[in-house]
Design a protein. Structure first.
Length: 206
């Protein structure tokens, strides 16, 4: 799959949203490309004045933030459209729209958004206005107990499928349990273990 600058901006936004910071290795792993390819793409964005690459990680310039905001919003609007109107499965919609979202002009996207009733969230619970604050917390921070599933910030296809099959989707009640080998959440259809970065990407609320 060929990635353009917008794919990089979306990836950087998602990783910062999920973990608070991002580096070249994280972008490489998230996009499924080699580290040299990621390095080349990221430095192209830096040359365009969209990001800053420093010792502590990657950050947006003001220009880059605004462009990444627009890209992320377009992605989430397109996800909502694909899930609600094209019946793309919940766990597949993120990957399915990665090409489609680039085909809409800004005017077409705004019209589509209005026609759909100005939805607030994408199917995975992420705000369509990406900077919107949500009263939530990471699964990693939660004590054992019952919560409502808020969202999945890092839309990994395989993990989304596990969440969906377990019934752990936005708005549903889940139970979090801590065990010596990790953190588990149980939905209405089953239990899954939160591994690696997913303890931070799964967000819960009361």
């Amino acid at each position: 799959m060929k990635h353009n600058g917008e794919d990089y901006l979306l990836t950087i936004w998602e990783l910062i949203e999920s973990f608070g910071n991002v580096n070249e290795k994280g972008v490489s792993q998230r996009m499924g490309i080699s580290l040299p390819s990621a390095w080349e793409g990221l430095h192209r964005l830096e040359d365009e004045g969209l990001i800053n690459i420093g010792r502590t990680g990657i950050s947006f310039s003001q220009k880059g933030y605004l462009q990444a905001f627009s890209v992320t919003r377009a992605h989430r609007i397109t996800e909502y459209f694909a899930y609600s109107y094209l019946e793309v499965p919940w766990d597949e919609v993120h990957a399915s729209v990665m090409n489609l979202e680039h085909d809409f002009s800004k005017e077409m996207l705004l019209t589509l958004y209005r026609k759909m009733g100005n939805p607030t969230y994408c199917p995975h619970g992420n705000p369509i206005y990406p900077s919107m604050k949500i009263n939530e917390f990471e699964a990693f921070q939660a004590e054992e107990g019952r919560y409502h599933f808020s969202r999945q910030t890092l839309e990994d296809r395989d993990f989304l499928k596990k969440l969906f099959n377990a019934g752990s989707i936005p708005g549903k009640e889940v139970r979090l349990e801590r065990a010596p080998d990790g953190i588990y959440i149980s939905g209405e259809n089953g239990e899954i273990k939160l591994t690696g970065s997913m303890v931070h990407a799964v967000r819960l609320k009361f």
